[in-house]
Design a protein around this ligand. Structure first.
Ligand code: ADP
Ligand code: MG
Length: 342
């Protein structure tokens, strides 16, 4: 038998990247989430060739201290949690300290950042996991990350990338879903040098409808009900599409838990059940929903890509969702059965 050995750090990071970075949109997700965690009011995302050639995310957040630059790209290094207690109640989008080292191990990566209060910016470059020493650079307060030639050193992964249009579609989707949740930040998305989307920040969450209309269109807003329910420490708000807003595909379903877009079977089940009587077979509901609850009651450390959560009180959450949605839709149902009667 071969002896046991520790793997070189570059390989460890590439293995981690395999879990977190599936495609260019995963890189955008991690970088934008970092920008939001840094308090950015404005985030610019520019990609070339669907992200295969370049992904650049620029923000005006708090930046990174020059001394911390090497740590930012080291694995299991994070400024967001420090203890087990923190992990039990994560309030930021990130907490694993794995995204940057993973991305930097499978691309040509450059990070330029200037911390608030610092008089210069610093830049660090990493090529396929090999870092160079930081050098001084020009940049306003905030952070600029460039990811070039994603998977250039993992030919099997690179080959797996889909057509430019498909990859960019995933990026647009991702930006849409994040923008729905983070309305007071401005998002700009560009592809191959052209501005594709500019989503102006709204004043406060009270104007969230503005952002919803910007992202999903006025039609969606016109065919949905705004809801707001609280109880048992849970708060659900957002927009539930009426049957007239139903779609052939499940492509307008956004469910955020404490500001994080999640795909969850329990949530999906509660929603499906609530819509069961008002939708024709084969049609899909459209909704934008935000569930808020004590972070201690939801485990976000389920999957490296962080799009799954586990509720401590699943039954309670399920029933709360079902009842809130059923309540909202019962008006629509009354209308529907009236129609059936004629
Ligand atoms: P995590 O987000 O889980 O902490 P990352 O690998 O994504 O791990 O980032 C590592 C650290 O680098 C973060 O904890 C944060 O301190 C810093 N960082 C990354 N991106 C930014 C950014 N855009 N602005 C400010 N700090 C950042
Ligand atoms: Mg992160």
């Amino acid at each position: 038998m071969p002896r046991i050995r520790s793997l070189p750090p570059e390989l460890v990071n590439q293995i981690a990247a395999g879990e977190v970075i599936e495609r260019p949109a995963s890189v955008v997700k991690e970088l934008v989430e970092n920008s939001l965690d840094a308090g950015a009011r404005r985030i610019e995302i520019d990609v070339e060739q669907g992200g295969a050639r370049l992904i650049r995310v620029r923000d005006d957040g708090g930046g990174i201290d020059a001394d911390d630059l090497p740590l930012a790209i080291a694995s299991h290094a994070t400024s967001k949690i420090a203890s087990f207690d923190d992990l039990e109640r994560v309030g930021t989008l990130g907490f694993r300290g794995e995204a940057l080292p993973s991305i930097a191990s499978v691309s040509r990566f450059a990070l330029t950042s200037r911390a608030r209060g610092a008089d210069t910016a610093w830049r660090i470059e990493v090529d396929g996991g090999r870092a160079r020493a930081p050098v001084p650079a020009q940049h306003p307060v905030g952070t600029n990350i460039e990811v070039r030639d994603l998977f250039y050193n993992l030919p099997a992964r690179r080959k797996f990338l889909r057509a430019e249009r498909t990859e960019f579609g995933h990026i647009e989707d991702l930006v849409r879903s994040i923008a729905l949740a983070r309305t007071t930040t401005e998002f700009r998305l560009g592809h191959n040098g052209k501005a594709v989307r500019i989503l102006k920040a709204v004043e406060s969450d009270v104007d969230r409808a503005r952002r919803v209309a910007d992202v999903l269109g006025e039609e969606f807003l016109g065919q949905s009900l705004e809801i707001e329910h609280s109880g048992a420490g849970l708060r659900l708000h957002g927009w539930v599409g009426l049957p007239t807003a139903s779609r052939a595909q499940a492509d307008q379903q956004y469910f955020h838990v404490n500001g994080r877009l999640v795909r969850d079977r329990l949530v999906a089940h509660a929603v499906r059940q609530a819509y069961a009587d008002v939708l024709f077979h084969g049609r899909h509901s459209a909704f934008v929903l935000f569930l808020e609850l004590d972070p201690a009651l939801v485990d976000v450390n389920v999957h490296p890509a962080k799009h799954e959560v586990r509720f401590r009180e699943g039954r309670l959450v399920h029933d709360f969702l079902y009842r809130s949605l059923d309540d909202a839709l019962s008006g629509a149902r009354a209308g529907a059965s009236l129609k059936d009667a004629f």
